[in-house]
Design a protein around this ligand. Structure first.
Ligand code: MV4
Length: 481
């Protein structure tokens, strides 16, 4: 592979290009009219404009991207995350055009993109699943019968859904039929597929996922877990590796389950298997994400591998040269997603011009970003500015370093979630490791964030006053002498 095109923008486009450069592979950036001057364009060896600002007129145009790739003699396309990354038709289109899609085969994407198909694929592999039904239910009455069997609360999920869309919790039997009807109609209008299924609702789970990699020589490895329970409305905010609740035995068990999920769909490349873990440490397979994930850096830091490099080698047909028993967890990594959103105002997007943008630097700090000082934040795309990642020998070291890095991250011109990240890192429940997916809902209010900021300002004022008084004393010494 001599040249790859990155069908993405922002931090992930740059992240992929960095590894390609390291491997001596030429890079091609694609960009929309809104991204003409974006850093990912300048970072690439070549670049091509693919359309107007809205993503359905640029970054989502698979045909157009392939046409440009062929013109430029591109050997492979890396899709990053989002956009075309889990589009089975695009993966297929690449294959048909003799361009290597750096990711799984279209068949695996299609299978895992449908939750009922995924359940069906893994059913002979003895993977723990949430109690429920693994077939489409369309009649509200039928759902009521199932619910009575598994017991309330239940969760109705859309088979084609994702990111919490099309999910409904039902606490009481009397609400079942009404909620079923709503879920079906919601799924039909959102996904064009009204299939739903029913599961027992796990009330206070943790969300833990396992990174897997599979090559074309029958090797499937796992790269441990990421703890992703700190999320807000299905948007992850803080991720870490390893999870503080897994024992080595449970980690091994979940790792082996994840490997089996990958095998069940004939997986190739990097993927993530999502699990729920309940308060008794039972784990249940949820779904598989067939892409490189936003939070992949925490895995890279604790395992010492470059996941993008392995993706590219696998796409070239090479075998993974690492053995499972050689992989060890080293240290602890945290990632904070820094969004251009206002935590004081219901996390509303806060776009503007980044008049000040200075990232923290130092040992154990990694910032993956696609922005620079003076840039306008485009309104058309995801408002994530960067990923602030810290690494330490222990969890506590990584947390303390994160707090310090947040303090040294200077952004003006847009509100960001940096202060919110600090709130999480200073919260007792987070520090003790005693939290679940309801952390933000249970503990966060803008008032608490405000109180923390005021406290900090007061301390800063006191420190300033103390320094001032001490300076005065020093100055007076020679005078009074
Ligand atoms: C669940 C669940 C509880 N019980 N399934 C949310 C998105 C999708 N990936 C699956 N999700 C959930 N499925 C059962 N049977 C709770 C969630 C869930 C969740 C999962 C992971 C991370 C954050 C979450 C937030 C709310 C609900």
């Amino acid at each position: 592979m001599k040249k790859i095109l990155i069908a993405n923008r922002g931090e992930i486009a740059i992240r992929v290009m960095k590894t390609a450069k390291k491997m001596g592979i030429k890079t091609v950036a694609v960009y929309s009219e809104a991204d003409r001057n974006a850093p990912h364009v300048r970072f690439a060896d070549e670049s091509v404009c693919i359309g107007e600002a809205p993503s359905n007129k640029s970054y989502l145009l698979g045909d157009k991207i392939i046409k440009e790739a062929k013109k430029l003699n591109v050997d492979g396309i890396h899709p990053g995350y989002g956009f075309l990354s889990e589009n089975a038709n695009f993966s297929e289109l690449c294959e048909k055009n003799n361009i290597i899609f750096i990711g799984p085969k279209s068949k695996s994407i299609r299978m895992m993109g449908n939750k009922l198909a995924a359940k069906d694929a893994v059913k002979d592999y003895n993977i723990p699943m949430v109690p429920g039904v693994d077939r489409a239910v369309t009649a509200p009455k039928e759902a009521s019968e199932i619910a009575r069997e598994i017991g309330f609360p239940i969760l109705i999920k859309a088979s084609a859904g994702g990111g919490g869309k099309g999910m409904r919790i039902v606490e009481h039997e009397k609400d079942t039929e009404e909620q079923m009807a709503r879920a079906i109609s919601e799924a039909t209008s959102a996904f064009g597929d009204g299939s739903v299924f029913v599961e027992k609702y796990i009330t206070s789970p943790r969300h833990i996922e396992i990174q897997v990699l599979a090559d074309s020589h029958e090797n499937v490895l796992h790269f441990f877990e990421r703890e992703c329970s700190i999320q807000r409305r299905h948007q992850k905010v803080v991720e870490e590796a390893p999870s503080s609740i897994l024992t080595p035995e449970l980690r091994e068990e979940m790792g082996q389950a994840a490997i089996k999920v990958a095998k069940s769909c004939d997986y190739l490349g990097a993927g993530t298997v999502e699990f729920l873990v309940d308060s008794n440490l039972n784990f249940y397979f949820l779904e598989m994400n067939t892409r490189l994930q936003v939070e992949h850096p925490v895995t890279e830091l604790i395992s010492g591998v470059d996941l993008v490099e392995l993706q590219i080698k696998i796409a070239r047909g090479e075998a993974i040269s690492i053995k499972q028993e050689d992989l060890k967890i080293n240290g602890h990594a945290l990632e904070l997603r820094v969004y251009a959103e206002d935590p004081m105002n219901d996390f509303l997007p806060s776009v503007g011009n980044l008049s000040t943008y200075k990232i923290p630097v130092g040992e154990g700090i990694r910032v993956d970003d696609g922005f620079e000082e003076g840039m306008d934040i485009p309104i058309y795309y995801d408002p994530m500015l960067s990923k602030l990642i810290t690494y330490g020998k222990t969890r506590n070291e990584a947390i303390q370093l994160m707090i310090k890095a947040i303090d040294n991250y200077k952004v003006e011109g847009a509100k960001t979630t940096l202060s919110f990240g600090k709130f999480v890192c200073q919260h007792e429940a987070f520090i003790s490791g005693n939290f679940d997916t309801h952390f933000v809902k249970n503990y966060y209010t803008p008032e608490k964030l405000q109180a923390g900021l005021e406290e900090e300002a007061k301390i800063a004022a006191l420190v300033a006053l103390k320094i001032y008084l001490e300076d005065q004393k020093k100055l007076r010494v020679p005078l009074t002498n």
